[in-house]
Design a binder for this molecule. Structure first.
Ligand SMILES: Nc1ncnc2c1ncn2[C@@H]1O[C@H](COP(=O)(O)OP(=O)(O)OP(=O)(O)O)[C@@H](O)[C@H]1O
Ligand SMILES: [Mg+2]
Length: 387
């Protein structure tokens, strides 16, 4: 009886500590074993990881990042699309449009290069074009209008805030080919010291099938990141033609691109540092949605040059030529119905004639033959177009 009492007696405090110590040591041993196991597992994973990274990787573009954190990818080349996850450390680098490398299991392994699609290179990017207003012959009214709508909002925004009006958001230049639409856009970018970002509407829909909308988004994103930028969409009729609703995928693609363009235009501020210009030969074919207020709400016609304008254009393009006795006004009079581009060609041709004569300067006769040659060429190409 007594023995039992002794055994059941509460242990001395020394004993109590001893037991606790033993328990702790046991736990520590357990932990050590676990640490060992984890270290081994970690090494194994690292090996597997580097193995995976060494395997041939596929290149894909991030289309979108879903709300639940899944990444929507499109593989380049075969256009397959899929959803995948990305490791935590890469997440901050992932943006729509970014190029990533994925492994066999389609997990993202790394981000490649910059966040822009390399095809953005198809856009013409000029930091500050060298063309100036002095390079444009005639078109004084057009230049004034374009300056008010595009240049001053960039250089002198307080002009608009003072009066309390919003500058037009987009300016559409329309007129025959070769009349100087692209030239004007570049000159404005030059004078406003803005970056010039040109994208051709027909390339957008014909060259990058399936990606037009994405490229439009990138174009605007790129413009927004600049201090000042002018977006110039050439041949906008290719994206913005009247809706045909014939239900083919081609027109669906054009639709998507146009929708993205409209959304981007609606989404930015009139007073921001991005101005939009567009050009077309066929203003009559444009979707009315594009011409609504808040979009391309300023339409500017670029006409064929009249006699005075032709003279100025001839002077501009012959200013570096060694001229003999040339009556430029007479040439301007003869060169009826020519565009700026054709007048430039006339000057070039006249120079060629002089070279052929082995002369060191250009004479009136050279210009007269050049007019005939360029006008003939223009006529035959026109005829060819209609036969
Ligand atoms: N008004 C002009 N003054 C001086 N040069 C001009 C003028 N118009 C056209 N040119 C010359 O013709 C070239 C072609 O003009 P530009 O590319 O601006 O035409 P465009 O109207 O954009 O034609 P397209 O509709 O085919 O794109 C210019 O680079 C320039 O050398
Ligand atoms: Mg052009």
């Amino acid at each position: 009886m007594e023995e039992i009492t002794v055994n059941n007696a509460p242990p001395s405090s020394e004993l109590k500590y001893q037991i606790q110590l033993n328990e702790l040591e046991a736990t520590m041993l357990d932990m050590k074993v676990k640490v060992d196991e984890l270290t081994r597992e970690n090494a194994q994973l690292k090996r597997e990881n580097s193995q995976l990274k060494r395997m041939p990787l596929f290149v894909a573009v991030i289309v979108d990042i879903l709300e639940n954190g899944e990444i929507y990818l499109r593989q380049q080349g075969n256009n397959q699309e899929y959803l995948t996850h990305a490791p935590e450390d890469l997440r901050p680098l992932l943006k729509p449009g970014a190029k990533v490398a994925v492994n066999n299991a389609l997990s993202i392994v790394k981000v490649i290069g910059n966040v822009y699609d390399s095809r953005i290179r198809v856009m013409e990017l000029v930091d500050k074009p060298h063309e100036t207003y002095a390079d444009i012959g005639g078109l004084l009214d057009v230049i004034r209008e374009v300056r008010e709508a595009v240049e001053f909002p960039l250089t002198n925004p307080q002009l608009y805030t003072n009066v309390g009006v919003e500058p037009p958001k987009g300016v559409l230049l329309f007129g025959p080919p070769g009349t100087g639409k692209t030239l004007i856009a570049k000159a404005v970018a030059h004078e406003a010291e803005a970056r010039f970002i040109r994208m051709s509407g027909s390339e957008l829909v014909h060259k990058f099938i399936g990606e037009g909308a994405g490229l439009v988004r990138e174009l605007f994103q790129l413009a927004r990141e600049n201090d000042k930028a002018i977006i110039f969409i050439d041949e906008i009729d290719a994206v913005g033609s009247m809706r045909t609703n014939d239900g083919t995928s081609g027109s669906a693609e054009v639709q998507r691109t146009l929708m993205q363009l409209l959304a981007e235009m609606d989404g930015f501020d009139n007073r921001g540092n991005v101005r939009i210009m567009a050009a077309t030969n066929r203003a009559d074919m444009l979707d009315p949605a594009l011409l609504r207020p808040g979009r391309f709400d300023r339409l500017i016609e670029i006409p064929l040059p009249d006699k005075d304008a032709r003279l100025q254009i001839l002077k501009i393009h012959s200013r570096r030529m060694h001229l003999g006795e040339v009556d430029m006004a007479g040439i301007a009079e003869q060169a009826v119905d020519t565009t700026g581009a054709e007048l430039e060609a006339i000057c070039r041709e006249a120079g060629m004639m002089a070279i052929r004569r082995e002369a060191d300067h250009v004479e009136m006769a050279d210009f007269i033959s050049a007019v005939r040659k360029v006008k003939n060429e223009a006529d035959t190409t026109e005829n060819r177009m209609y036969t």
